[in-house]
Design a protein around this ligand. Structure first.
Ligand code: FPP
Length: 247
C-alpha cells in the first residue's frame, strides 16, 4: 500500500460510528453483538489513525440522546465503554495517546465518571496522538453549557459583553484547545450530523461511508482520508485561478 500524502492529511478526524444495530440484525444477532464488534473497530481505527499520522481523532461513543434507548442496551453500552477503558488504557498510555472526554459528565454514573477522569488524568502529559471520546455528548447541550459559563462571567462583571467573541465561546466549549475537525466521517450511509460538534464542524469536510461501523476498517479509513485529500477547502473564500470551482 502506498503512503498517504502527509500534506493532504486532516489534522483532526471526527467519526460518527453508526450502524452497529443493523450489522447485528443482518446476522440475526442481538444489538449488543453489534456494539461489541464496534469496539473492536474502535481499537483498529485508533491504531490505524496513529499509523497514518492523524493528530486528533474524536469518536462519538454515546450521545446525550442515546439514553432513550432500551435500558438493557444502555447498560450494555456502559459496560463496553468501561471494559474498553479498563483493558486499553495501559496500551494507549504506553503509546503516548492523550485521552480527553467531551460531553456532560455531571449526570453520568459515578463509576464511569471515575474511569473517564482516570483516563484523562493518566494520559494528561502525553504528547499525542489525541483521542477524544464524546460520551453523554450533544452539541447543543455543549453550547448551552458554554453559554451559561460565559453568562455567569458577564453577570458577575468579570467579562464585558463585547468580549464575548468566537474565541471566548470556543474556550468555553468541551473541546477548548483542540483544533476544529477537518473531516467528519459517518458510517452506515446516513447523511446527517446528529448533534455532533455543530460549532466545531462549521468548515469540516463531510464523508459519508455506506459501510456499517463494525465493517469499517483501516482500508475504509484510508479511502476516506484520500477522499478528503481530493477536496478543495476554501473556508468561504474563492479557489485560486486554475482550480476547478466546486459548489
Ligand atoms: C450507533 O449504532 C452506535 C452507537 C450508538 C454507539 C457506538 C459505540 C461503540 C462503537 C462502542 C463504545 C465506544 C467506545 C469508544 C469504546 P446504532 O446502534 O445506532 O446502529 P443502528 O443505527 O444500525 O441501529
Amino acid at each position: 500500500m502506498q503512503g498517504l500524502d502527509p500534506t493532504k492529511l486532516p489534522r483532526h478526524v471526527a467519526i460518527i460510528m453508526d450502524g452497529n444495530g443493523r450489522w447485528a440484525r443482518a446476522r440475526g444477532l442481538p444489538r449488543t453483538a453489534g456494539h461489541k464488534a464496534g469496539v473492536e473497530r474502535v481499537r483498529d481505527v485508533v491504531r490505524a489513525a496513529r499509523e497514518f499520522g492523524l493528530e486528533y481523532v474524536t469518536l462519538y461513543a454515546f450521545s446525550s440522546e442515546n439514553w432513550s434507548r432500551p435500558k438493557e442496551e444502555v447498560s450494555d453500552l456502559m459496560r463496553l465503554l468501561k471494559l474498553f477503558i479498563r483493558r486499553d488504557l495501559d496500551e494507549l498510555h504506553s503509546e503516548n495517546v492523550r485521552i480527553r472526554v467531551i460531553g456532560c459528565r455531571e449526570t453520568v454514573q459515578s463509576d464511569i465518571r471515575a474511569l473517564l477522569d482516570e483516563a484523562e488524568e493518566r494520559t494528561r502529559r502525553n504528547t499525542g496522538p489525541n483521542l477524544q471520546i464524546a460520551f453523554n455528548y450533544g452539541a447543543r447541550d455543549e453550547i448551552v453549557r458554554a453559554a451559561q459559563k460565559i453568562a455567569k462571567e458577564v453577570a458577575e462583571g468579570r467579562l464585558s459583553p463585547d468580549a464575548v467573541t468566537e474565541e471566548r465561546i470556543e474556550a468555553a466549549l468541551d473541546t477548548a484547545g483542540i483544533p476544529d475537525p477537518d473531516l467528519v466521517i459517518r458510517t452506515s450511509g446516513e447523511q446527517r450530523l446528529s448533534n455532533f460538534l455543530l460549532w466545531q464542524a462549521a468548515y469540516a469536510e463531510l464523508v459519508f461511508v455506506p459501510c456499517l461501523w463494525p465493517d469499517f476498517d483501516r482500508a475504509q479509513l484510508r479511502a476516506a482520508l484520500e477522499e478528503y485529500g481530493r477536496r478543495d477547502r476554501r473556508f468561504g473564500a474563492v479557489s485560486p485561478p486554475g482550480l476547478a470551482v466546486g459548489s
